[in-house]
Design a protein around this ligand. Structure first.
Ligand SMILES: N[C@@H](CCC(=O)N[C@@H](CSC=O)C(=O)NCC(=O)O)C(=O)O
Length: 282
C-alpha cells in the first residue's frame, strides 16, 4: 500500500493510503488515524464504515473522532464506501443510493456489479489483513458506522462472532429488506435471492441467531430518514425478543448528519474501548 498523505493530529497521525484491491478489482483509497501510542506499541482498532455518498474523507474530516481515539490509544480504520475507478459500473441514472458511493457492504452476485462490488469481503477480509499486516495494530478490533455504514457494521459483527469485540452504529439501516434504500440496493446487487438478502439484514440476523456482540445504537429523533428508511424499532424489538442486552438509544432532536455523529462519537469510542482489552497497554 502507498501512503498518499500524512498529517500530525493529537500527537498521532492521520494518513491516507491507496492500494490495489484484488477483491474489488480496482485501486482503493482508505484513511487511518494512528494514535500516539502506536509509536510505542501495537494498538487496537475501530473500523468505521461510512454512509451513502461518502468516501473515507467524510468521517476523517467531520466526525472529530481523533481527539478521543488519541486519548484511548485506538486506531481508526476508515475505508471508502464502494469500488472506484473508470472501469467500475455506476448507477445509470446517477442516483446517490446505488453504485459508486453506495456499495452497501454486500458481495454482489448480479452482473455487471459482481466483478467489483464485493465490499463485504473487502472489509471483513482483504483490508483487515492488509492493515493488520502493515500497521502497528494488535489485531483486536471493533466496528462502527453510519446509516448504510451502520448496516454494514451490524451485519459484519453479527455474521462473524468473535471477529469484532463490539459493534456500534449511528442511525443505521437496521432492517434493509423493509427499507426503500435497502430493497433497491439488494435487488440490484443480489437479485431475487431471499437467503442472500436475509444474510445482510441485521434485524433478521438477530432473529435467526439470537445472539450479538456488545451493541450500541444511537438514533436521532429529528432524522428525516427515520420513519421511511431505518427500521430502528424493528432492531430494538428483535434484540428484546432474543434477550440481547443491546443499547438502542433515541437521541432527542438530532438529525442524520455528521453533527450528530460528532456529538456522540466520543461515547462510542469509549464503549468500544471497554471491550478492547489492549487499549493503552503494552
Ligand atoms: N444526498 C442524499 C442523502 C445523502 C446522505 O445523507 N448521506 C449521508 C449518509 S445517508 C446513509 O447512508 C452522509 O453521510 N452524507 C455525507 C455527509 O458528509 O454528510 C439526499 O440529499 O437525500
Amino acid at each position: 500500500m502507498n501512503k498518499i498523505s500524512a498529517v500530525k493530529a493529537f500527537a498521532g497521525e492521520q494518513i491516507q493510503y491507496e492500494h490495489q484491491s484484488d477483491t474489488l478489482n480496482c485501486t482503493m483509497k482508505f484513511s487511518v488515524f494512528l494514535p500516539p501510542q502506536a509509536q510505542q506499541h501495537r494498538v487496537p482498532a475501530v473500523y468505521w464504515l461510512s454512509g451513502l455518498t461518502c468516501t473515507d474523507d467524510n468521517f476523517s474530516t467531520k466526525a472529530g473522532a481523533q481527539r478521543v481515539a488519541a486519548e484511548l490509544g485506538i486506531a481508526l480504520i476508515i475505508p471508502d464506501t464502494s469500488p472506484r475507478g473508470e472501469d467500475v459500473p455506476d448507477d445509470p441514472d446517477g442516483a446517490y443510493d446505488f453504485g459508486k458511493g453506495a456499495g452497501f457492504y454486500v458481495n454482489a452476485t448480479q452482473a455487471p456489479w459482481s466483478r467489483h462490488y464485493q465490499m463485504y469481503d473487502y472489509i471483513v477480509t482483504e483490508l483487515r489483513e492488509l492493515v493488520e499486516r502493515e500497521l502497528p495494530l494488535s489485531g483486536e478490533r471493533s466496528i462502527s458506522g453510519h446509516s448504510m455504514g451502520g448496516h454494514g457494521a451490524l451485519v459484519m459483527a453479527l455474521r462473524n462472532p468473535g471477529l469484532y469485540r463490539s459493534v456500534s452504529a449511528f442511525a443505521p439501516i437496521c432492517h434493509p429488506t423493509e427499507s426503500p434504500w435497502g430493497r433497491k440496493a439488494f435487488s440490484g446487487y443480489l437479485g431475487d435471492d431471499k437467503a442472500a438478502r436475509t444474510d445482510y439484514d441485521a434485524t433478521l440476523l438477530i432473529k435467526e441467531r439470537q445472539a450479538a456482540p456488545p451493541l450500541l445504537v444511537d438514533q436521532g429523533t429529528a432524522d428525516n430518514f427515520l420513519a421511511e428508511q431505518l427500521g430502528t424499532d424493528a432492531l430494538k424489538q428483535a434484540c428484546i425478543a432474543a434477550g440481547i442486552d443491546a443499547q438502542v438509544r433515541m437521541q432527542e432532536g438530532y438529525d442524520h448528519s455528521y453533527y450528530f455523529i460528532a456529538s456522540f462519537i466520543g461515547e462510542h469510542l469509549r464503549f468500544h474501548a471497554k471491550h478492547l482489552s489492549y487499549f493503552g497497554k503494552k
